[in-house]
Design a protein around this ligand. Structure first.
Ligand SMILES: [Zn+2]
Length: 208
């Protein structure tokens, strides 16, 4: 049975990565019997410099995270941020399109001694500033997976083990949907706020 799921889930991810426009196949995801009461809407002002194609990748990733969260958390993304408006960045959750030469990205590269695809920072006032570096996001899967990864950081989740969206080097898996491992991390963080169980989330049924 595990081999069957491994083949099916890998095939589905590979077809998506090849660019096939497949719908979400509901039986590949956990089907919660109960919905989760809504706790948080994360409204994000996103950089107007993202191209139309990049905007679609971001919206696809946000949609996948909303699907996973089953109503508990919702992301709303609005492409109307002028990235030079520092006051807007301070006073909102924001998503910024950064070049490799951006000072924050250069600093992170030095700090981590590796390629940076995305970052999620919390400001002292708790607003989130998310960076995406399209120069390192060279295909749609890597773009979408990295966006999903940063959005999960934006609801306080931390890195997990493979196979998951929150795995540290998610960009090199062909995985676009949170798995049971991500759901465990979601429950670990959010069960301090609301009584929840892993089965209440629509995780992708990829074998561990
Ligand atoms: Zn991360």
């Amino acid at each position: 049975m595990k081999l069957f799921w491994t083949i099916i889930t890998k095939l589905y991810c590979n077809l998506l990565a090849y660019g096939f426009k497949l719908p979400k196949i509901s039986w590949l995801f956990n089907k919660p019997v109960k919905s989760v009461s809504h706790q948080l809407t994360v409204y994000i002002l996103a950089d107007t410099n993202f191209t139309k194609k990049e905007q679609l990748h971001i919206l696809y990733a946000a949609n996948n995270i909303n699907y996973f969260c089953n109503g508990m958390v919702e992301f709303e993304i609005d492409f109307k941020l002028d990235p030079n408006n520092l006051l807007d960045i301070e006073n909102n959750n924001t998503l910024i399109k950064a070049r490799l030469q951006h000072p924050t990205i250069e600093k992170a590269i030095q700090e981590h001694q590796r390629q940076i695809c995305g970052l999620c920072y919390y400001q002292p006032n708790k607003n989130r500033t998310i960076f995406l570096v399209p120069e390192n996001l060279y295909n749609s899967t890597i773009f979408q997976a990295t966006t999903a990864h940063e959005l999960l950081h934006a609801i306080w989740l931390q890195h997990t083990e493979k196979p998951s969206i929150l795995y540290d080097t998610v960009a090199y898996n062909k995985l676009l949907f949170p798995t049971k491992i991500d759901a465990q991390e979601l429950v670990r963080v959010w069960s301090t706020v609301i009584p929840i169980k892993i089965d209440q989330f629509r995780y992708f049924k990829m074998p561990n």
